[in-house]
Design a protein around this ligand. Structure first.
Ligand code: SF4
Length: 557
């Protein structure tokens, strides 16, 4: 009998779609079940009767939201044994989650035939993910035009800050990909990029075979992509099953998108739009899915598709492969770099987590340059055992390498949070709240990345560590509205106060630092604090008025 299955992802903002749920969906659809996917809490879904509910979990710092979501759906009329919670948090915080929700989580991967109490031999982790579920929600994952997969699992290392050894304890050095890609192409149309989430691909003894397969899949150096006619693909799908909600949604969004973007370019597509209205394809009453929509589409399709095909964007575009979890510099040999240079890798991500690894890191970047890999990126862990100077030096090394080798290395500073912390408030031994806030404020301006150009870097992080140290202490407003604060002499005023207090050498500066480090300027104790410190701390209390800043900006135009 057809079962009703509910798949839930808590409503956090994430870049990658929930691969685990996509595979569970594929499994249930294989069994002929009805699958509903939703992101967040829906009263309508809560009120329905489900045979099984699956909730995905991600990082531990989403604890509150995750628990809230689980408890929300626990109110559905469902037996605990049919309620499943899996994913990263469910694995790393198994006991606590069990205690908090009464649901026994599913640990690790779904890589065994008997997972989830099934009575068949199907291994869920090996199934082609069901991309259709992504078409049934409003949330758009930024990576939705990519194949997302793995060609290895696990990692041979056990870094203290990493959840991989818990999630994927066994290293698997090759997983065939091409059949899955073929499947995806047939069902959803060819995708542009290849995103491999492998945690340590270089540890694989079958690395050459992996590269050969990536080449075979069309990701050679300089590879191009021409988008397929998705309207035709989804029309053919819907023609076979009028109840294919994902196909119907996709068609509607393609029609909408096509008429809007083409019109923006002033191409006369009135004819296309008039067919849409003539056949009532995007009318509100069509919100009801099914036969009626397909009947209208059958009549409109012979008129619409020739126009769609003629005007849709068929220009070849670059397509890239990205090992998005980064590769291990220690395992990167000349032979492996040569192989990496054969595929259209962008960016090449090499982790640079510890300043002690600087020599090996530089050596590998030079090796990349030798093989003409020019677009690089790296995660730079901070707030762990590092100091702010370590962070600055690592970022600066990248800038210097860019200059020396004519590369574009984007650094992505990543704040360390222990894998079982329930929020993001952790402060590393050599850090404090103000320093962390400064890094965040700088990164907010640059959207999380450190730009590869020296002038940008120096403007954002300072020309030297001394300048960076000054930034670490600088009031947040003066960091965000840097040019304005400088021109209005606010920054100089603030710094003069710092210098003056520091020169007293009587412990007053330490007192000031204590408050600054806490980054709490609302509850400053009035009595114990020297008046000069009070004057200094005034600078930390939202000194820049947005209206003044906007006026100033207007005047400069
Ligand atoms: S090498 Fe990377 S994936 Fe492996 S344990 Fe260390 S951080 Fe995790």
């Amino acid at each position: 009998m057809k079962k009703e299955i509910l798949l839930i992802e808590p409503n956090y903002r994430n870049k990658y779609p929930p691969l685990g749920l996509m595979k569970i969906s594929a499994y249930h659809k294989l069994k002929g079940d009805n699958v509903t996917f939703y992101k967040g809490c829906s009263k309508k879904l809560q009120a329905k009767k489900w045979d099984r509910i699956y909730v995905a979990t991600l990082f531990s710092f989403y604890w509150k939201q995750t628990i809230k979501t689980i408890n929300f759906y626990k109110r559905c009329e469902i037996k605990t044994k049919n309620f499943f919670v899996g994913g990263i948090l469910a694995t790393t915080m198994f006991d606590e989650l069990y205690k908090e929700t009464g649901i026994k989580p599913v640990k690790g991967l779904l890589d065994k035939p008997n997972d989830l109490g099934k009575k068949d031999e199907i291994i869920i982790d090996k199934l082609t993910p069901d991309y259709d579920i992504l078409e049934t929600i409003d949330y758009v994952y930024p990576t939705n035009n990519s194949y997302i997969s793995y060609m290895t699992r696990g990692c041979c290392n056990h870094c203290k800050f990493c959840a991989v050894p818990y999630l994927e304890p066994a290293y698997i050095d090759y997983i065939q990909l091409k059949d899955q890609i073929k499947d995806i192409n047939n069902r959803y149309g060819e995708k542009r990029d290849l995103l491999l989430m492998d945690n340590n691909v270089l540890a694989s003894k079958q690395f050459d075979k992996i590269i050969d397969e990536i080449l075979e899949l069309g990701f050679e150096k300089g590879a191009k992509y021409r988008s397929p006619n998705l309207f035709e693909i989804y029309y053919n799908r819907l023609s076979k099953h009028y109840s294919d909600i994902a196909a119907e949604n996709k068609i509607k969004s393609l029609l909408n998108e096509f008429s809007q973007t083409r019109l923006k370019k002033k191409v006369v597509l009135g004819e296309f739009q008039s067919y849409i209205s003539e056949f009532g394809l995007l009318d509100d009453d069509n919100k009801k899915y099914g036969k009626r929509f397909l009947t209208k589409l059958h009549s409109a399709y012979p008129h619409l598709n020739p126009i769609y095909e003629k005007y849709r964007n068929k220009a070849p575009r670059n397509r890239f492969i990205d090992f998005n979890q980064g590769i291990d510099a220690r395992l990167l040999t000349q032979a492996k770099m040569k192989r990496l240079s054969e595929i259209n890798i962008k960016p090449l991500r090499i982790a640079f987590d510890n300043i002690k690894d600087k020599d090996i890191y530089k050596e590998k970047i030079r090796l990349a340059a030798e093989f003409s890999i020019k677009e690089l990126s790296n995660y730079v862990l901070y707030n762990f055992i590092d100091t702010p100077k370590d962070l600055y030096d690592r970022l600066k090394i990248n800038i210097d390498l860019n200059e020396e080798l004519n590369l574009r290395i984007f650094s992505f500073p990543m704040k360390y949070i222990p894998i079982t912390d329930k929020d993001r408030t952790y402060i590393g031994e050599h850090w404090n709240r103000k320093y962390l806030r400064t890094i965040q404020a700088i990164l907010n301006v640059t959207h999380g990345a450190v730009m590869p150009r020296q002038d940008f870097f120096e403007k954002a992080f300072g020309k030297s560590f001394n300048e960076f140290e000054k930034l670490l202490l600088m009031p947040e407003d003066y960091i965000i509205y840097r040019a304005y604060s400088k021109e209005k002499c606010l920054t100089d005023e603030w710094w003069n106060r710092i210098e003056s207090i520091r020169s007293k050498c009587n412990g007053t500066f330490d007192m000031a630092l204590e408050v600054i480090y806490s980054n709490d300027f609302k509850n400053i104790p009035t009595k114990e604090i020297d008046v000069s410190v009070h004057d200094l701390l005034e600078h930390y209390k939202n000194r820049v008025k947005l209206s003044d800043f906007n006026n100033w900006k207007e005047m400069r135009k």
